[in-house]
Design a protein around this ligand. Structure first.
Ligand code: IVH
Length: 690
């Protein structure tokens, strides 16, 4: 067995690179003042990656290479907060703020300094540091117990992993993780292109991202973080403002006075001035805020003022009202979604709201329309809160035109004429004509080619919709019959929904080649994704995986009885009936036959021995080192295929550490300290073959 031990010079280089990369990260993501190019940065990073790959035991948990992610967290561990994460009492009224200020004044009877900050609309986080090293990041949870999301936190570049300056040996700092508007819009643009449902707002997207299991996915999202609260018994400085300023010297991204993100005041006028400034300018910020937080600056007063049941008396939040505008509702139209769901849409007299021109708003469903008695021609109130789609919140009844008539909700599909259905307890109307209604067919095709499904490079949702409109493809199987000559020079009209402008686009030789190559490449997409791509109702990514694991090939699935379907993991009656319905349609069976002929994968590739058992059910493995009979990924797949779980780090919950040839000494020590059994590859094979 060869142990890889670096030379002195290599250790020095690892340390040097780590330090340089940390510094450049800080310059770029916190100070906004880089001194090297992205390319130079990447070179340094690659150097460090290469050294870490050669000497895995020398790759620190806080290495700058962790910024790109890769570690998987199976289950986020629950951790108790050092002190509860409280909420702020909040109000929409400026009078309440003035009352609060007066109460504080009366209670303490000295001149008081206040600090005003933005109320970031994101996800609260508690970060722990020891000896200048990031050790843990915990979500708010229920305020007392949160979840350890450290692996994902390491990918957020503006959060320092190593501190500089005179930081306390052990402390906690809290702040808000958010997704900048630009990143949120980029993400949604890509989702629109892939025919995926759009995310509603940056806050929920940030929260969802932070709980992703694959940290590499988190790294791609480019989350950001402002810190606003240093915690500790014996903080060196006596005021909140000074502590926040100090945290900047340690390397944290904190609000800067220069940009007026934080400010001090000694009177209600100063507080109001800050509130009024941001009420107007908040739309210019690169991230979303939902209000202003006002805090008493002096820490000794925090104890003096104390707490109410849930929130401290030394702080209060002023929340901005969602912006509203009044405008005329010209017409209600109806959109048919990919699943056949009908959404009523208000077409409005264009009006400027929260910095953008609004022409359309969602009316949600028939009940909502009836509840507000919304009619065409009404003067309506439009509101834009945290969501991207504005909504109608009311009607100005005094202004209702005399001849106005209650709105008659449509009974037939506006696209194919089929009578709409509305199931018991459902809010939405549906068009049941799944296989004959154009938007549903187009939607099915868009789903089929999307990234998580067949991921066909060179074929976007606009092209596929254009091909359908031209009659070149009528279903997903037709896509694989497309020929070079048919596609070359083909012209599409691409409509811009917002402006209503129609643009012409034609397919050039290069795009056609890309498209055909993309189709060819998609023939290697594994069966589970092909099954997901078919768009069988209720068969999402996870269910598709379970079905493939259980049935192995399409023939077995297609001929399975209801009872047989119900035996598969995660398949309940609703899913079983949907699968049966799908295969009962002649048209669907034909599509599958043709896709098979085109060469798509309809069989599981997992080999029999690997995919066979649940012998490892309930066991969690940590894998370390190099193996003889498996690749590193291969052994992880084998564990999962036999019902076990793979975790990235050793804890008391680990059942076995599976040690390959050169397992690192630090992992071995940790396993021994925690009393976790270490087994060899041979012992593992015995375990699954036994
Ligand atoms: S101070 C006890 N400052 O608002 C108060 N909170 O309802 C500690 N928030 O959970 C928090 N911006 O997630 C503070 N500048 C700011 C904030 C802020 C956003 C969030 C935070 C907290 C919630 C309070």
């Amino acid at each position: 067995m060869i142990l890889n031990i670096p030379t002195e010079a290599e250790i020095k280089r690892i340390n040097e690179l780590t330090q340089q990369l940390n510094e450049h990260n800080h310059r770029y993501y916190v100070l906004n003042a880089p001194i090297i190019s992205d390319m130079e940065f990447d070179f340094l990073l690659k150097d460090l990656e290469a050294l870490e790959q050669k000497y895995p035991d020398y790759a620190a948990a806080n290495s700058p290479t962790k910024r790109v992610g890769g570690d998987i967290t199976d289950k986020f561990e629950k951790v108790a907060h050092s002190r509860p994460m409280l909420s702020l009492s909040n109000t929409y009224s400026k009078e309440d703020i003035a009352d609060w200020e007066e109460r504080i004044h009366k209670a303490v009877d000295t001149e008081i300094e206040y600090v005003m900050e933005l109320k970031y609309d994101g996800v609260a986080i508690a970060l722990h540091y020891e000896n200048g090293q990031f050790v843990r990041g915990i979500t708010r949870g229920d305020g007392s117990v949160g979840e350890d999301v450290s692996t994902n936190i390491r990918t957020i570049r503006s959060i320092p992993l190593h501190l500089t300056g005179d930081f306390p040996a052990s402390f906690e700092i809290r702040g808000e993780i958010f997704l900048p508007k630009k990143e949120f819009n980029k993400l949604n643009e890509e989702r629109a292109k892939n025919g995926e449902e759009l995310y509603a707002n940056p806050r929920n997207t940030a929260a969802g991202t932070l709980k992703q299991q694959d940290s590499a996915e988190v790294a791609k999202r480019k989350l950001d973080c402002y810190l606003y609260y240093v915690l500790g018994e014996n903080l060196a400085l006596p005021s909140h403002f000074e502590n926040v300023e100090k945290a900047a010297q340690w390397g944290f991204k904190v609000p800067s006075s220069r940009q007026r993100l934080i400010e001090k005041a000694t009177s209600i006028d100063g507080i109001m001035d800050f509130i009024n400034y941001w009420d107007i300018h908040r739309h210019d910020l690169p991230f979303e805020i939902d209000g202003i937080v006002i805090k008493v600056n002096k820490l000794s007063l925090w104890d003096e003022l104390g707490m109410t049941a849930k929130s401290p008396r030394w702080a209060i939040a002023y929340k901005f009202k969602a912006e509203t505008a009044r405008t005329r509702l010209n017409k209600v139209t109806y959109q048919v979604g990919r699943t056949g769901a009908i959404t009523p849409v208000a077409n409005l007299q264009p009006v400027v709201l929260a910095g953008t021109t609004v022409k359309r708003a969602s009316l949600h469903n028939a009940d909502q329309i009836a509840k507000l008695d919304i009619r065409e021609g009404d003067l309506v109130l439009v509101e834009k809160g945290g969501e991207i789609i504005p909504k109608i919140t009311g009607v100005v009844l005094e202004e209702r035109p005399v001849a106005s008539q209650p709105l008659q909700y449509i009974q037939n599909c506006p696209e194919c004429g089929t009578e709409l259905i509305r199931e018991e307890g459902e809010a939405l109307h549906y068009c049941p004509n799944e296989i004959g209604c154009p938007p549903q067919i187009k939607g099915k095709m868009e789903h089929f080619i999307s990234r998580k499904a067949m991921n066909i490079e060179g074929l976007g949702s606009e092209t596929v919709a254009g091909l359908y409109d031209k009659g070149l493809v009528k279903d997903v199987a037709d896509i694989y019959d497309l020929k070079f000559e048919q596609l070359l020079g083909l012209e599409f009209s691409v409509g811009d929904e917002e402006s209503g402008e129609i643009k012409k686009r034609s397919l050039q030789e290069k795009s056609v080649k890309n498209l055909l190559e993309g189709l060819d490449a998609s023939k290697n997409v594994p069966f589970e994704r092909v099954l997901f791509a078919l768009g069988i109702r209720f068969v999402g990514e996870t269910v598709a995986k379970k079905l493939v694991k259980h049935f192995k090939n399409i023939d077995a699935l297609q001929t399975a009885s209801r009872e047989a379907l119900l035996e598969a993991d995660e398949v309940g009656e609703k899913i079983a009936d949907s699968i049966l319905f799908y295969f009962s349609e002649e048209k669907n069976r034909t599509i599958i036959r043709r896709l098979k002929e085109a060469g798509l994968q309809f069989e599981s590739l997992a080999n029999e021995s690997a995919a066979a058992s649940d012998k490892l059910k309930g066991l969690t493995f940590v894998v370390s080192g190099v193996f003889t009979n498996f690749s590193r990924d291969g052994i992880k797949e084998s564990i999962e295929a036999n019902g076990g779980k793979v975790s990235g780090s050793i804890s008391s919950k680990t059942s076995y550490v599976l040690a390959g040839d050169d397992m690192g000494p630090s992992k071995r020590k940790k396993a021994e300290d925690l009393g976790v059994k270490i087994i060899s590859e041979a012992e593992y094979i015995a375990l699954i073959e036994n």
